[in-house]
Write a protein that binds this ligand. Sequence first.
Ligand SMILES: CC(C)(COP(=O)(O)OP(=O)(O)OC[C@H]1O[C@@H](n2cnc3c(N)ncnc32)[C@H](O)[C@@H]1OP(=O)(O)O)[C@@H](O)C(=O)NCCC(=O)NCCS
Length: 203
Amino acid sequence: MFEICPEMPADEAEVEALYDLCFAPGRTALSSYRLRDGVPRVADLCLVLRDQTGNLMAAIRFWPARVKGQPVLLLGPIAVHPTAQGEGLGGLLMHDSLGRARRMGFARVLLVGDAPYYSRFGFQRLDGVEMPPPTNPDRVLGLELKPGAWVDLTGPVQRESQGPTEAPDSTGCIAVEHPKEVAHAPDTAARPHSSANQGRRHS
Ligand SMILES: CC(C)(COP(=O)(O)OP(=O)(O)OC[C@H]1O[C@@H](n2cnc3c(N)ncnc32)[C@H](O)[C@@H]1OP(=O)(O)O)[C@@H](O)C(=O)NCCC(=O)NCCS
């Protein structure tokens, strides 16, 4: 059993350490970080996935951005602890976070990453959407949460300039089975979970 919760301020150092473990040194020098520096994250979409003993196994973050003045969700980084990669945890976080984004009314998502991985979640190459250089255009991928949301939307991706977002919702946790264990019982894969109201097990 795992728990997926919005990332709280107390999680921040652990999440940063997980990213440091999973990515090459200097990850924050990547051009996509220029869109993130000093911009508050989309708090309710930044999620941590912990195992039964509270170990941080995976994390995902989202930032707001703009293309042609329209709001865009910038997905990433997402990382799964090296000891658990390939077990479906990344897929769990992708599906859960994108479902939350859809329910929150976001129309479109953007990321820079490997199309062979992200295409399974519906991401496709975005022609004409320009991340800060140097970025390989083949790695600029988009997903429509509302039909047609990326149609005719091209140009440079720009930093969001609006004020801070809300604090994360500490009640937004769900319990999930291990993806491999629910392969034959998908209807039990995720359910609302109330442990956030009873205190964080890792704090
Ligand atoms: C990429 C990552 C988030 C995927 O999470 P995961 O839990 O390991 O992946 P899942 O178990 O959900 O999916 C596994 C599948 O994805 C594939 N996959 C994983 N990374 C891939 C990549 N970079 N390109 C293509 N396919 C990839 C695996 O081959 C496997 O394929 P299969 O289902 O056909 O066997 C994770 O491996 C990770 O943290 N990697 C290091 C950090 C990173 O690269 N983050 C993404 C960039 S922001």
